[in-house]
Design a protein around this ligand. Sequence first.
Ligand SMILES: Nc1ncnc2c1ncn2[C@@H]1O[C@H](COP(=O)(O)OP(=O)(O)O)[C@@H](O)[C@H]1O
Ligand SMILES: [Mg+2]
Length: 148
Amino acid sequence: MTIVSHGPDETFEIGRRIGCYLVKGLSVLIFGGLGAGKTTLIKGAGAAFGIPARDITSATYTIIAEYGGAVPFYHIDLYRLDDIKAIEEAGVFDSIGNGKAAAVEWADKLEGIIDGDIRVDIACGDGDMRTITIEGIDEKDWDYNKAG
Ligand SMILES: Nc1ncnc2c1ncn2[C@@H]1O[C@H](COP(=O)(O)OP(=O)(O)O)[C@@H](O)[C@H]1O
Ligand SMILES: [Mg+2]
């Protein structure tokens, strides 16, 4: 399924809809370059867990941020990890899968290593336009305008 986002608010809303799946204990791997909108989308996903957007950041040295709650949510940023050993030592594999809810930035570093439940590719277009491709969610289950 492919959705065009015209600004950060729309990307946030797409993230919130994805977050509604993550609360079941699923993971999303997010692909896209610097400034694509990965963190913005994850702020939206966090909203589905009741996490305030300001609490989800691109902290320079935070690889795994854990948010407690009824279903713990892990925000994982692999930007600074270069190889499989560093990824493993950081505990990344303990925070993805096995019923854990996780959203991963720079997921290209996990390609060929693990698959998440949901895959999101964000491609930048002109200005604020982003083409967001989502795999792992059945289009018939997705209602972009659905509230809550
Ligand atoms: N359609 C859009 N979706 C998401 N972010 C957008 C969009 N258009 C412009 N932006 C801007 O692009 C930047 C995305 O930043 P961020 O979410 O931190 O990206 P990343 O985590 O991929 O590096 C923000 O400054 C945001 O305001
Ligand atoms: Mg980011």
